[in-house]
Design a protein around this ligand. Sequence first.
Ligand code: GLY
Length: 366
Amino acid sequence: MDSKQIKHKFFEFFSGKKHEFVASAPIVLKDDPTLMFTNAGMNQFKSYFLGTDKAKYQTVYNTQKCLRVSGKHNDLEEVGKDHYHHTMFEMMGNWSFGDYFKKEAIEWAWALLTEVYGIKKKDLYVTIFEGFEEEGLEKDQEAFDIWSAIVDDDRIVPGNKKDNFWEMGDQGPCGPSSEIHVDLRSDTEKQELPGRELINKDHPDVIEIWNLVFIQFNRKADGSLENLPQKHVDTGMGFERLSRILQNKVSNYDTDIFQPIIKKIEKISGHHYGTNEEKDIAVRVIADHIRAVSFCIVDGQLPSSNGAGYVVRRILRRAVRYAYNFLGINEPFMYKLVDVLEQQFAEDYPEIQTQKALSQKVIKEE
Ligand code: GLY
């Protein structure tokens, strides 16, 4: 499946379960003082979870452009060095605003991964929240019991608050989560050490692909948790990781999502990707960062010397530094990559096309 088909299958699955499509929110947040950038699909639905607004539809799906470069979720320093973290990435999700809860969320996620996408059951592990006494949070026995009817108990791994209690930031809707992980190692490696031992241990081939969050609390400014009036489902699946798995690649950068940009960087730099690790890292940094920078600019956040603008400036400069130091590129070139983004993203995110000239001009000047 190419990545467009992969996305389409997700959409088709949830529209078949009576979910409505909701367009991605901007990547740059202007009206939430707790967050600079959209860091998860759930941000735009915050007021539905809190109960301060009523959702038009109670069950929806989407693909959200996200950026994780500041605050609670910050992957910037990993990007380029590994093959599965990104600054900007797309997160596909399904949502229930006071409608279904854990059972449907878990059963549908399993059905989509194993029956529609055909991921082998023997390669999948799941996690559940082990509880956190200090805050009076109990083990998520309900999620355990639902999973227990689907997979062997030794595939259900308890996880701590850091990994299995999702919070968008210091404040806001939150709750225990259940993640699905996939073990992409060779059969020999799997025999030597079961994947269970490698969950959430930063192994490059045993990775999380889908997080099912059961939103039921609000973290308040004083740090306390209050129960929300209703229970909700917030799920997030990394589109680039899923594409890597389904396209049978060892790196997100080998998928059809990143290859067109990498080809263009090869052309500009003269470096053949895959022949020198130091230079390859630089290629990955550039391929990743051009997406983040362009998506921010087309949503109205220009590079500047403070706040969100400074974050955009830092991302662009990180890319340029890698290009200069490792690929020997010493003239402006990042703006030349914007055309490739247009070809890839215009369908889902039309702003990348309509604001292309602005993006090219700002990146070149910067
Ligand atoms: N909101 C769930 C996640 O981003 O993983």
